[in-house]
Design a binder for this molecule. Structure first.
Ligand code: NAD
Length: 361
């Protein structure tokens, strides 16, 4: 029997509530599919600061490196807002991304038919949305040098950030995107600003070259301003989108609105030898500890883990199907319930999904 080690990093706030439910779903899959999972938990974020003084506890990175995949919750909260910048909870996550070279961030945004009215956008706009935004995560404007603020003799100041990409960085994210598009509806939109930025011109050149290795995937180039507009006008025209760090940061949040609630959105960060799977949402201090957080984003992250790290497509489908069925039966956590609807808590929602997964084997 194949056995996989999963590093479990719940972090803070509702991360500690939804991650154990995601683990339960993986255990159900393991039992049904005859796959062994070994779960090992470690500290990250505020919980790690409290216990060790560091947002990435000693040993956590080591555990991640020894694992096949990482199941991450969320980090941060008001308790640590006054901690020095380099010791803040999110530094734990940023350090993991950097150390593990997680350069590709995958964020699906799907509008489930039964939740169409949970989106602030019109039904006619969001209906049929099922897209994946792939954001380059370790390069571009957020990391480029030189950067800094210079005080000028006239009393003013001058600030600089640098958008920089090498052809190697573009090629590897492009290959990830073509591979993902191949597993979906075989359409890839590469988003850039090639009419203005030379970095985008190189981006376009490299993506076009990589496309020759994927003749079964249809590639289009879309300008970022156009893409931002199309996402809230006709999102169903997109399947897979690939873009650089800054554009991806903005567009993936815009796409999140299409799905209705942060509690529905999973993500994957791929790159080096081990990938990290986490809900898109944060620690939700306003509802933490109440047992009402939606566990679906964390649970759908396990489906991504099964699909992208373990290539267990059918089992990933089972988890996604279980979520759809439980929603079709009318069960809702508070964040996706309409006014007056009966709601279930975190545990009850996960119980329903686990039971459905078990029934599929
Ligand atoms: P948030 O995602 O935690 O919450 C935004 C809103 O969505 C809140 O009203 C919250 O109650 C709701 N929400 C989020 N997830 C939900 C779920 N699963 N079920 C039901 N409702 C849900 O964003 P925020 O409030 O801006 O940030 C709170 C803390 O989380 C901050 O400290 C921030 O730095 C941190 N954060 C961490 C990550 C991460 O670890 N990857 C990401 C974003 C924010």
């Amino acid at each position: 029997m194949a056995t996989y080690r999963i590093a479990v990093l719940p972090g803070d706030g509702i991360g500690q509530e939804v991650t154990p439910e995601a683990v339960r779903v993986l255990k159900a899959v393991g039992k049904g599919a005859g796959v062994g999972f070994e779960f090992e938990q470690a500290l990250v974020g505020g919980a790690a600061i409290d216990a060790t003084g560091h947002p990435l506890a000693p040993g956590t990175l080591d555990l991640c490196r020894r694992s096949h995949a990482i199941l991450f919750g969320a980090v941060g909260g008001p308790k640590w807002d006054t901690v020095a910048h380099e010791r803040r909870p999110e530094r734990g996550l940023l350090a993991l991304r950097k150390e593990l070279d997680l350069y590709a961030n995958l964020r699906p945004a799907k509008c489930f038919p039964m939740l169409v009215d949970a989106s602030p956008l019109k039904r006619s706009v969001v209906e049929g949305t099922d897209l994946m935004v792939i954001r380059e995560l370790t390069g571009g404007l957020y990391f480029g040098e030189p950067r800094g603020v210079e005080r000028l003799a006239d009393g003013g100041a001058r600030a600089v950030n640098t958008m920089v990409y090498t052809s190697r960085e573009i090629e590897r994210i492009a290959r990830t995107a073509f591979e993902v598009a191949r597993k979906r509806r075989k359409r890839l939109a590469s988003v850039d600003k090639a009419n203005v930025l030379v970095v985008s011109q190189l981006w376009r050149e490299v993506v076009t070259r990589v496309a020759r290795d994927y003749p079964d995937v249809t590639l289009e180039h879309v300008l970022v301003d156009n893409c931002a507009m199309a996402l809230v006008h006709r999102p169903s025209r997109f399947d897979t989108i690939v873009t650089e760090n800054t554009f991806g940061d903005i567009l993936s949040d815009e796409a999140a609105i299409l799905a209705g609630s942060m509690g529905m959105l999973p993500s994957a960060s791929l790159g080096g030898s081990v990938a990290l799977y986490e809900p898109v949402h944060g620690t939700a201090p306003d509802i933490a500890g109440k047992g009402i957080a939606n566990p679906i984003a964390a649970i759908l992250s396990t489906a991504m883990l099964l699909r992208y790290t373990l290539s267990l497509e059918k089992d990933a489908d089972r988890v996604e199907r279980a979520v759809v069925r439980v929603l079709e039966q009318g069960h809702r956590t508070a964040d996706i319930a309409g006014p007056g609807a009966r709601t279930v808590g975190t545990k009850e929602m996960a119980d329903l999904i686990v039971r459905d997964v078990e029934d599929q084997y």
